[in-house]
Design a protein around this ligand. Structure first.
Ligand code: PLP
Length: 263
């Protein structure tokens, strides 16, 4: 069985973070493992509190896994602060896992900041260059490009997305998947692999229940890479998975309900 690790934050309500990641791994028939970076108190209505775990326990979790189990893919999600990023980057340098999917998580849909402002530079310099693929949404892509260039940027069209994906590629990740879910119209994502640009289209599903979509998509890509699919096919399959997961999203709680995981 293929083995996939998520390094991410916990969402006690089960919609996003490591809980979404582990459900996605199970749905793909891969064995899921989790290194927890932070514990959040949240539900479908918002994030109420966060405790970041210290670097010693993050390091120890990563050591415990890699000294014992072969890892076929890693997904990295919420990384909060510079010390968390340093230790993850250093552990990646030590164990050299294949297939690293980095979801540059910054702000929750409910508006809570999951990455401290001073951590942006570390994320860009220490983690992005180690990633097989990064999966920013449009606001995250704008923020990363703004941080690097110090210039204003607004991504409004698919052509803008393609230009931004090429700009982001320069930061060192092997592939860039820029997600268009925040734009209007058809849900289009753009993949740039340093040579070709591929557009992935899907219909936009009319639902308020989209909690954990970013976590789910990046974990689905990691699962498919672990299963041996090429990056294009992994993204294609993950896009189909997230579309169905949103279509069948659960109206749980009083706010933004979670995606539904099944195959
Ligand atoms: N909580 C955690 C721990 C996350 O990692 C993320 C996103 O990656 C979120 C919350 C945000 O989820 P959403 O913006 O889909 O509500």
């Amino acid at each position: 069985m293929k083995k996939v690790l998520t390094i991410a934050g916990s969402d006690c309500s089960g919609g996003a973070g490591i809980q979404a990641d582990l459900k996605t791994f199970s749905a793909h028939g891969v064995y899921g493992m989790s290194v927890i970076t932070a514990i959040t108190a949240q539900n479908t209505q918002g994030v109420f509190d966060v405790r970041d775990l210290d670097e010693a326990i993050i390091k120890a979790q990563i050591d415990a896994i890699f000294t014992d189990i072969q890892v076929d893919a890693v997904k990295i999600g919420m990384v909060s602060q510079p010390s968390t990023i340093h230790i993850i980057a250093s552990q990646i340098g030590k164990y050299h896992p294949v297939n690293i999917v980095l979801d540059p998580v910054m702000i929750s849909k409910s508006g809570y900041s999951l990455l401290k402002p001073e951590a942006k530079k570390s994320l860009i310099e220490e983690l992005i260059p180690r990633a097989s693929v990064i999966t920013p949404n449009v606001p995250e892509a704008e923020e990363i490009i703004r941080t690097v260039t110090s210039k204003p940027i607004a991504i409004k069209t698919v052509e803008d997305m393609e230009k931004a994906a090429q700009e982001l590629y320069k930061l060192g990740a092997k592939n860039v998947l820029l997600k268009g879910g925040h734009m209007s119209g058809e849900a289009v994502d753009v993949l740039y692999d340093g040579k070709d640009i591929t557009r992935f289209y899907s219909e936009r599903i009319d639902t308020k229940n989209t909690h954990g979509t970013g976590c789910t998509l990046s974990s689905a890509i990691a699962s498919n890479l672990a299963l041996g699919y090429s990056i294009k096919e992994a993204v294609n399959r993950a896009k189909r998975y997230i579309t169905i997961a949103i279509e069948h999203a659960l109206d749980i709680g009083k706010g933004v309900g979670p995606t539904h995981h099944f195959y």
